[in-house]
Write a protein that binds this ligand. Structure first.
Ligand code: COI
Length: 367
């Protein structure tokens, strides 16, 4: 894809962060709390389509209080990272997958579709200004990156319930370390039995803010029970494992099968999920996409049939799951312990993303 970044007009910040302050942030960025000096923006109107491409100083948006996103939540977003390689160059991972998913989300939320050229072009145009914000990994297991957050909002001031005729697309960027405080230490997961995240025919497959809002009450329960994430079951039968709301799940069986729930319209298709399916095969494992029930998790954990469970996502990379906690039980893996497969796939993925191994699938795009 040829991406014309000159489509984006540059309005440079006149108060960029001082080098020493930025370097300080990059040493310990946490997740999602520091932002770079610029943001990309493209406007859409029903009459004109996409126009006014620009990169401008990062800062608060001016929105009419009647903007429909504030009332009806017509919004979608993406998550994608920029990685610094040893030679200083900056790359991103499978951006055309995110661009395609962004259009899928747009169709579901009745928002306008953005082309690959504008999606990838906006990342390039932003990085051309803020490349110094991409952290340099300290070691091969360091997963620091610049997390990029493209999003689209309905900005028309109109209280009628219909798709907005004015929409804005932005990309902001935030330096990131591991999503979980404990790094790759196994996390505890809470099983949501009172709340569902998505239902057939709904928006579960789309990356829209509403899905995440709908997960927060369950996330609150998780925290109150000492867990860092929530697992959701299907809404129809309350039996099938779907996802964690912000991450997909994988189950490793002792015979080398690596199983993840098959995609339905209630599961978000993760780019990391898709990549793990390919990398697992390269590792001599047998990836499978199929329905997996909570009973199978419980029984497989007890019998030793399931040896590992892990979560994956752009933000979380690959994080082992130590236990599943419910109202009245704790499901731990009898055969668990070293999470060797999760660590092996994680190393493969990071080596690829940071340019330490051959990019044999052509997954990297230079920013
Ligand atoms: C991502 O992995 O990029 C997400 O959108 C998930 C969220 C937990 C940050």
């Amino acid at each position: 894809i040829i991406v014309p970044t000159d489509r984006f007009t540059l309005l440079p910040s006149n108060q960029p962060t001082a080098d020493n302050i930025r370097d300080n942030i990059l040493q310990n960025p946490g997740f999602g709390s520091h932002f770079t000096d610029h943001m990309a923006h493209v406007r859409w109107t029903l009459d004109t389509g996409w126009h006014a491409h620009e990169v401008r100083p990062y800062g608060p948006l001016t929105l009419d209080p009647a903007a429909s996103v504030l009332h009806y939540g017509q919004e979608i977003f993406e998550g994608i990272k920029a990685y610094r390689h040893a030679d200083g160059s900056v790359w991103t991972f499978r951006p055309e997958k995110n661009a395609e998913r962004f259009r899928r989300s747009a169709r579901r939320l009745a928002l306008p579709e953005l082309s690959d050229e504008d999606f990838i072009g906006s990342l390039k145009a932003l990085l051309a200004q803020d490349h110094a914000w991409v952290p340099t990994p300290a070691s091969d297991s360091d997963e620091c990156s610049l997390y990029l957050r493209p999003f689209m909002i309905a900005s028309e001031a109109f209280l009628g319930v219909r798709p907005a005729h004015e929409v804005d697309y932005y990309v902001i960027a935030s330096p990131a370390a591991a999503y979980f405080k404990g790094g790759i230490d196994p996390v505890s997961i809470w099983l949501s039995t009172h709340y569902n995240r998505a239902a057939p025919g709904g928006t579960g497959f789309a990356k829209c803010g509403g899905n995440y809002a709908a997960s927060l009450a369950a996330q609150k329960e998780a925290s109150a029970n000492g867990c860092s994430q929530v697992a959701f079951l299907d809404a129809a039968e309350g039996k099938w494992i779907e996802e964690l709301g912000g991450m997909n799940l994988f189950f490793v069986f002792k015979d080398g099968r690596v199983v993840t729930p098959r995609l339905t319209d209630t599961i978000l298709e993760g780019v990391t999920r898709n990549s793990v399916l390919t990398l697992a095969k390269d590792e001599g494992l047998t990836p499978k996409e199929r329905a997996i029930s909570i009973d199978e998790w419980r029984e497989g954990a007890a019998s030793g049939e399931i040896t590992e469970v892990f979560a994956c996502g752009t933000a979380a990379v690959i994080t082992p799951v130590g236990e599943l906690v419910t109202d009245n039980e704790r499901i731990t893996l009898t055969a668990g312990g070293n999470n060797e497969i999760a660590k092996r796939i994680r190393t493969k993925l990071l080596d690829l993303q940071y340019g330490r191994s051959e990019d044999k699938y052509g997954w990297l795009t230079r920013l």
